[in-house]
Design a protein around this ligand. Structure first.
Ligand code: MN
Length: 372
């Protein structure tokens, strides 16, 4: 007993228009087409597939992908839906950051930036160490008067990868934006972030160029967490599981979000932060500069205040040294150089299982001391 397109549409919740489209795409061909009238007829057994198509459409899955999923066995289809959704969430994360930035940027345009007092500058130090277990150091750390960066390379060619990531940022010609600050009308903040985005893409291509012959066990890649100082703001670039922290008013805030599988599981409420720390797949990165297409970094502008202290570090610090210890050192050791030395010493006192990198910057009033 076949159903007319109207009956089938009613039973499946799909409009006749949608059913005709799905027929043309080969997604859901009718059981029979009347050769004289061209009317389409459907078998009630097709309702299950129609229902799946309708659900996947509601999920926002593209039709071409739906066709593939519909032909999979249930277990494989479930995996395909999960993979699709993970991709959507990752894209949404990146777009949320962009939206946050745009809201911030547009709100700022109506605000007269009244910055009283002296110009701001940063005092900085950076240090990287092999640790006690690894044979070589694939981390890189860098600090100068306008750029702070840490990168944690991995795979065959991890060391050149982390170096290339930081080099791409060092090459940025931000003379204009750093001199005038991003709030000046001539230098929109968007220009700075675009320049950063381009630098990240350049770095990603450089990493792609480091890849060995096909079949290499693991191609090179790197994390990158960096801050560009504009004179009043910090432009933050972040991809991977290195971190940026802010010590403000004695409190320590993590201001980056790890791009790791376990962090996404914590976000979803599937595991606790404590469980994440010992999860067998805690090393698995969802995003990194690995020469692939999904190497999108989080970018954002951050208002700096005099007295702020920033720490960038690789996971060689955070997996070994507990947050309260990091906070204690940052809050009590005034000299940035001394602070990075003590943090790295703590990682090594904890066994030094990984390469470890730290960069520390203090925001100070320029008159208060020489920027070095
Ligand atoms: Mn590491």
């Amino acid at each position: 007993m076949l159903l007319t397109i109207g009956e089938f549409g009613h039973a499946s919740g799909l409009s006749p228009k949608a059913l005709r489209l799905y027929d043309e795409l080969g997604l859901l061909p009718p059981a029979r087409v009347d050769p004289l009238t061209g009317y389409r007829f459907y078998d009630p057994a097709q309702l299950e597939r129609a229902g799946l198509v309708a659900w996947l459409r509601r999920l926002g899955m593209p039709l071409a992908r739906i066709r593939v999923v519909c032909d999979l066995a249930p277990a494989a289809a479930a995996e395909a839906v999960a993979a699709f959704w993970a991709q959507v969430e990752s894209d949404t994360d990146a777009r949320r950051d962009l939206a946050t930035f745009l809201v911030d940027h547009l709100s700022r345009k109506d605000t007269v930036m009244e910055r009283t007092g002296a110009a701001l500058a940063i005092r900085y130090a950076a240090l990287t160490d092999t640790g006690l277990i690894r044979e070589s150091n694939q981390d890189a750390a860098y600090a100068d008067a306008r750029l702070l960066a840490v990168a944690d390379g991995f795979g065959a060619g991890g060391a050149p990868a982390s170096a290339a990531a930081i080099d791409a940022l060092k090459r940025l010609d931000l003379a204009d934006s750093t001199r005038t600050g991003t709030t000046s009308p001539g230098v929109p903040a968007g220009g700075l972030l675009n320049a950063l985005e381009n630098a990240v893409q350049e770095a990603n291509e450089a990493v792609r160029g480091l890849a060995g012959p096909d079949g290499a066990l693991q191609g090179p890649g790197t994390t990158l967490t960096a801050m560009l100082w504009t004179g009043s703001q910090l432009a933050l670039v972040h991809i991977g599981d290195s971190r940026a922290y802010l010590l403000r008013g004695g409190e320590l805030f993590q201001i980056t979000h790890d791009h790791t599988l376990v962090q996404s599981m914590v976000d979803d409420g599937r595991i606790s932060a404590g469980e994440a720390a010992s999860h067998p797949q805690r090393m698995l990165l969802l995003r990194a500069l690995d020469g692939g297409d999904a190497s999108t970094a989080d970018l954002r502008l951050h208002d700096a205040l005099p007295g702020d202290r920033y720490l960038l570090c690789s996971d060689g610090l955070t997996t070994v040294v507990p947050g309260p210890e990091i906070q204690r050192v940052l809050a009590s050791v005034t000299d940035p150089e001394q602070a990075v030395r003590e943090l790295i010493a703590l990682a090594n006192a904890g066994g030094g299982p990984d390469n470890v990198s730290c960069a520390v910057a203090d925001v100070v009033e320029a008159a208060a001391g020489p920027a070095r």
